[in-house]
Design a protein around this ligand. Structure first.
Ligand SMILES: Cc1cc2nc3c(=O)[nH]c(=O)nc-3n(C[C@H](O)[C@H](O)[C@H](O)COP(=O)(O)O)c2cc1C
Length: 183
């Protein structure tokens, strides 16, 4: 299905719990566009693809569809990650980009522009699998010397089982400005 004309900005999302969709729709609102699930998006040569995906153990939701679309001729590929790690910290941004880039084909890896956003997590709404993964991570972290833990590790332990929400649509302004400059 086709949603936009040539040289358009196509905003997509892939989410498990809704944060990435919320960011994609908020960006679309700022730009006067619509956002679509990546599985139903289509592109033309020269389009700009901005994909919002949740981070799960370093992997990005919707990456397979992103690679399929971003590999089209002349597409400008943009990945907007949504995770709990604070992207204000350069080390976190580097780690996210390194992890995601590992799964990109060679030709695409150097072409992708990254933006990073902070998401949310409500332990009550997690699937059994995700709850088990988070529990295992916290158990593993607790076995370490507390002095060796990062602030993020400490915060993961402290907030285990709770509702955490870092979603802030104001943080989209940089990406919105960049997108406007491309048209
Ligand atoms: C099992 C699991 C693994 C996660 N792994 C990461 C991660 O590697 N990096 C990160 O920043 N956030 C991680 N998160 C947090 C999610 O990325 C965060 O909840 C995000 O808002 C989810 O996006 P979504 O609601 O669009 O699916 C993880 C969450 C769960 C439940």
């Amino acid at each position: 299905m086709r949603y936009a004309c040539a040289m358009a900005i196509v905003i997509t999302w892939s989410t498990v719990y809704g944060s990435s969709r919320a960011y994609a729709q908020a960006l679309a609102g700022k730009l006067g566009l619509e956002a679509h699930p990546i599985s139903r998006a289509g592109l033309s040569d020269g389009d700009i693809l901005i994909h919002f995906g949740g981070l799960y153990a370093g992997g990005l939701c919707g990456l397979k569809d992103f690679i399929r679309l971003a590999s089209s001729k002349g597409v400008t590929p943009v990945i907007a990650t949504v995770g709990l790690a604070d992207p204000a910290k350069p080390r976190n941004r580097e780690k996210i980009e390194e992890d995601v880039s590992k799964h990109l084909p060679h030709g695409l890896a150097g072409k992708v522009r990254f933006f990073h956003f902070r998401g949310a997590m409500d332990y009550k709404k997690l699937s059994i699998r995700h709850r088990a993964m988070m529990w295992a991570l916290v158990v593993m972290l607790k076995k370490n010397d507390p002095a060796s833990l990062s602030d993020e590790d400490k915060s993961l332990i402290a907030t285990h089982g709770q509702k955490i929400d870092f979603i802030d649509f104001n943080t989209l302004d940089g990406l919105a400005s960049w997108a406007r400059e491309q048209l």
